[in-house]
Ligand binder design. Structure first.
Ligand code: PLP
Length: 415
């Protein structure tokens, strides 16, 4: 701990020096709320509703079916894919927007299995998001061809990559602990053992500095409703390394991935490149919202974004340890900021009730079983003053045992 403990004025000074302070004005932050849940559902950029309104009223309403051409609806998924690509170190033509992470993962499980047909072991880890594991279980059972899903502890991933592994399916940032896998090292190890890699960037895209090309990653998926602020249920994305693209055999071989969708051939023929990973018609109004949301990102330097994310998390951890440590609050995950993503989870034996009390005081985070309070720090709109104020309120709730009330102790459906 530092000799001079941090003060609110120090946080205000950090905000004045923050290159992204100017971005905050582009977001609709509800009055009086400190929103630390952008890792689950990002804040709405202010200009998005007008763009959705335009897509509905003018494009759908007036231009109707002509909009597929006139308003570029048909090419939106690839155009948006390229915009996301810049944020994750992927070249143009290697990312396509659409569907959900779970659906895109299924597609990539199929692609990876076909590219490594001699092997039968899929490697994942117990820190993965359960939906990823569920999809792999469904895939394994559908194939009924000897596939094994091997799930090891996150720290054991490197050692578990041997020459039996067909491909890895790993989430870069752990949704609970924020522990960051070393994507470059894991990918290099996998390649040395003849395995392919599928990365889930759900808590990475828009939060950390991802370099898919530099890491030589084979496949990736991610969502856009978290740090990219694309809106509830916004389309996900899928990445395929350029030199693998034309070798992918799509498992969900729909007409949007066909080489000539409007020839209406009876037989499937995959489109060249990333396009073959599309399946069917995409939600254009949601795409319009996402396309608008990405405007905020076009000039963002991801190294600077990562630096601010680490500074926000570091400030939060320092303040929490100082103010709340005496109440049994501990920080989950690695101590080293460089080994963490952009959220911080805190353990407290009454974590659920404390989070409910925080929410009642307009500090919004979420809760993950069994006892974790999770706080997301989104560099484009979270300020250092927000961090200070949130910890003040958390300390007040713990000092006064404000959480110890029946309305905070009763569990709700969505935590
Ligand atoms: C949020 C999240 C998902 C969500 O998947 P959807 O299919 O888009 O609902 C998947 N994987 C991880 C690691 C996540 O954090």
């Amino acid at each position: 701990m530092k000799d001079n403990p941090m003060k609110r004025s120090d946080c205000e000074a950090l905000d004045r020096a923050d290159p992204f302070a100017i971005k905050r004005q582009h977001f609709h932050l509800p009055q009086g709320m400190i929103y630390l849940d952008g890792n689950s559902l990002g804040v709405m950029p202010k200009h998005v509703p007008a763009r959705v309104q335009d897509a509905a009223q003018k494009q759908w309403g007036e231009t109707l079916i002509k909009s597929w051409n006139e308003h570029g609806w048909f090419h939106l998924p690839r155009r948006i894919g390229d915009r996301i690509g810049r944020l994750i170190g992927a070249p143009a033509g290697s990312v396509i927007a659409g569907d959900t992470i779970s659906v895109n993962l299924f597609k990539l499980l199929g692609a990876a299995a076909k590219l490594n047909p001699q092997r039968r072991v899929i490697l994942s880890d117990s820190g993965n998001f359960p939906s990823d594991l569920y999809v792999a279980q469904g895939f394994r059972d559908l194939l009924d061809d000897g596939y094994v899903l091997k799930v090891v502890a996150p720290e054991e991933v490197m050692d578990a990559i041997d020459d039996s592994i067909a491909f890895t399916m790993i989430t870069e940032v752990d949704y609970r602990s924020a522990r960051l896998h070393d994507m470059k090292a894991v990918t290099a190890r996998a390649h040395a053992m003849g395995a392919l890699t599928i990365w889930d960037l759900a808590h990475s895209a828009g939060a950390t500095q991802v370099d898919l090309t530099g890491c030589n990653a084979d496949f990736a998926v991610g969502c856009t409703y978290k740090y990219l602020n694309g809106g509830p249920g916004a389309p996900a994305f899928l990445y395929v390394k350029p030199d693998l693209q034309d070798r992918v055999q799509p498992a969900l071989s729909g007409w949007w991935g066909h080489a000539a969708p409007f020839a209406f051939d009876l037989d499937y023929r995959p489109a060249p490149g990333i396009i073959r990973n599309q399946c069917g018609t995409q939600p254009i109004l949601s795409m319009a919202a996402l396309d608008a949301a990405l405007d905020v990102w076009d000039d963002v330097d991801m190294a600077a974004l990562r630096a601010k994310s680490m500074a926000l998390c570091g400030s939060f951890i320092e303040l929490v340890e100082k103010r709340c440590g005496k109440h049994g609050v501990t920080v989950e995950g690695p101590a080293d900021l460089a080994s963490r993503g952009s959220h911080v989870s805190l353990h407290h034996e009454q974590g659920y009730a404390v989070m409910q009390a925080l929410i009642a005081s307009n500090v919004i985070g979420d809760f993950r079983a069994p006892d974790m309070m999770r706080f997301g720090f989104t560099p484009l709109y979270t300020s250092f003053a927000d961090v200070w104020d949130a910890v003040e309120i958390l300390a007040r709730i713990l000092d006064g045992r404000e959480w110890d009330q029946p309305q905070f102790l009763a569990k709700k459906a969505v935590t």
